[in-house]
Design a protein around this ligand. Structure first.
Ligand code: NAD
Length: 512
């Protein structure tokens, strides 16, 4: 029993996970234990064993693909609003299990409870969005240049969507993909992170009843296992027309070229290195809270985490001082404990990465203003850290997946935008200013080069209604709201001749 004072065994049982036995690592409408060996999941909060899964193998992968393909034959002709009704029921099932699932996300991934619950809420939100979308998969109608012709485009399902997810959003990112893909008429095969197998299994357990009741088992499939057994096969598999992969740039640089080599599609959501700019005219109260949440929330393990604070000279000393003071009040501890704002890192490797980064900051001449230590207690805890560094600090161009905030002084807006954009990644960005002119310049084509650009809002905590994703080494993919659904469908342009002649386009003549 760990120190979070809840009955973990009972929590797992309510989500269909047995703490005392190996759990299925494979689901294609049937839950089965794979032959791929035991994978034990421990809570990063205290190292306590939660449960284990029997991992899927390459043979299970094959079965999941076959199940998906045969189900797709039927699912693709189900009317989209009827598909939306199934997703609506999935959203309802998640509402019923929100508290338990949110707590399990916190336990297994380490984010604090309110963020765990927020993650499940995000699943519910995207389910609602997808239900509405199921009646709005619009195509355009064009005017044909030829008489008595009609031209329009329509959208069809593409088939199996392979979903590779990262540990830090162990369930929400799956739902961004899957719920849109389902209403689009696709089937999904999910390979979750090996660091968060139980949350993935629990989601399938929660949704299985909905699929069974509606006769649609087989649209949502799961393989928990080694990358070489169930991850990489997807990359080379022509039966998977779209691979949606969320994770590090390192992973994306493997996935992107491999999928492209067979001319498949990939949708990449990779690392970020997000800057928050604070101008002299900013509301510092807002900037302070946004920076602290952005840098420390999820213990710095969000793709949108604020990693660089670019502060204009006039307010730099004041804001930095207030930030250091606010860090002193941040409670670090187990994710389910009341009042904790900073939970653990995911594992000891992540702690080592943090410790190495701190050593390098010191060696390279950075100044640690607060934090800088791993905590000597069970679990994977580190102190949120603020480091003052020059604007050309090499390490600040990397994404270190930990709560380390680099503070840099900037002269003016041009300086800020140049430094902000001068990193390989391009996910999220923010500026704090009370000047409309400054804000609009930041948002202009010569401003932020990121997929997300916010004014007087931090870098982290996006809503599902907008398209989410980033540029450059972040991979260019877009998921969730707006017209992100188009990635999950194929577009067909249709031209119909209802006349009695056969005129050719561009006036070409071909008389026979
Ligand atoms: P990771 O790259 O280590 O793993 C992500 C997933 O990819 C896991 O499921 C892993 O098993 C799988 N994987 C790794 N190599 C693979 C391969 N060769 N073939 C197939 N699958 C492979 O990332 P992580 O540590 O789990 O997550 C943290 C990273 O994810 C950070 O860089 C973060 O910024 C990024 N992230 C990005 C977004 C976004 O939307 N842009 C969202 C969440 C996380």
């Amino acid at each position: 029993m760990s120190d979070h004072k809840i009955d973990v065994k009972a929590l797992l049982a309510r989500l269909g996970v047995d703490a005392d036995a190996q759990n299925p690592g494979f689901y294609d409408g049937r839950f089965e234990n794979g032959e791929g060996g035991e994978l034990v999941s421990c809570s990063p909060g205290d190292g306590a064993r939660l449960a284990s899964v029997a991992q899927a193998t390459r043979a299970d992968y094959e079965r999941a693909i076959e199940t998906g393909l045969s189900t797709f034959e039927r699912w693709r002709t189900e009317p989209a609003p009827a598909r939306g009704e199934v997703v609506r029921q999935m959203g309802e099932a998640l509402r019923e299990h929100k508290d338990d699932l949110g707590a399990l996300v916190a336990l297994e991934m380490g984010k604090v409870l309110s963020e765990g619950l927020g993650e499940v809420q995000e699943m519910i939100d995207i389910a609602d969005f997808a239900v509405g979308l199921s009646r709005q998969l619009y195509g355009l109608t064009m005017h044909s240049e030829r008489p008595n012709h009609r031209m329009y485009e329509q959208w069809h399902p593409i088939g199996t969507v392979g979903i590779i997810s990262a540990f830090n959003f162990p369930v929400a990112v799956w739902s961004w993909n899957a719920f849109l893909a389902f209403v689009c008429g696709d089937v999904c095969l999910w390979k979750p992170s090996e660091k968060t197998p139980l949350t993935a299994l629990a989601v399938c357990r929660v949704l299985d009843g909905v699929l069974e009741r509606n006769g649609w088992r087989g649209i949502s499939n799961l393989v928990i296992g080694d990358v070489d057994q169930v991850g990489e096969p997807m990359l080379d598999d022509r039966r998977v027309p779209l691979v949606s992969a969320t994770g590090s740039c390192r992973m994306g640089k493997i996935v992107g070229p491999r999928v492209a080599a067979r001319l498949g599609r990939s949708l990449l959501e990779l690392g970020g290195n997000n800057a928050l700019i604070v101008m002299d005219d900013a509301d510092l109260d807002l900037a302070l809270v946004a920076t602290a949440f952005g840098a420390v929330g999820t213990a710095g393990q969000r793709c949108t985490t604020t990693r660089r604070l670019l502060v204009q000279k006039g307010v730099a000393a004041q804001l930095t001082e207030r930030l250091v003071a606010s860090y002193a009040s941040i409670k670090i501890g187990p994710p389910l404990e009341a009042g904790v704002l900073c939970g653990p890192l995911i594992d000891q490797d992540a702690v080592q990465t943090y410790t190495d980064a701190i050593a390098r900051i010191r060696a390279d001449g950075g100044e640690i203003l607060c934090g800088g230590n791993a905590l000597d207690r069970p679990g994977c805890y580190v102190e949120p850290t603020i480091a003052r560094v020059p604007t050309d600090f090499a390490l600040a161009k990397d994404e270190t997946f930990a709560p380390i905030l680099y503070v840099m002084e900037i002269d003016d807006l041009d300086d800020a935008i140049r430094i902000q954009n001068d990193v390989p990644q391009g996910l999220s960005s923010a500026i704090f200013t009370d000047s409309v002119r400054t804000a609009e310049r930041f948002l202009s084509a010569a401003g932020s080069d990121c997929g997300i650009a916010n004014v007087n809002i931090g870098t982290s905590g996006a809503e599902i209604g907008g398209a989410f994703g980033g540029e450059k080494e972040t991979g260019g993919g877009r998921e969730a709201g707006s017209d992100a659904w188009k990635a999950y469908m194929r577009r067909q342009t249709c031209t119909i001749n209802w006349g009695t002649d056969l005129p050719l386009a561009q006036g070409v003549e071909f008389d026979v």
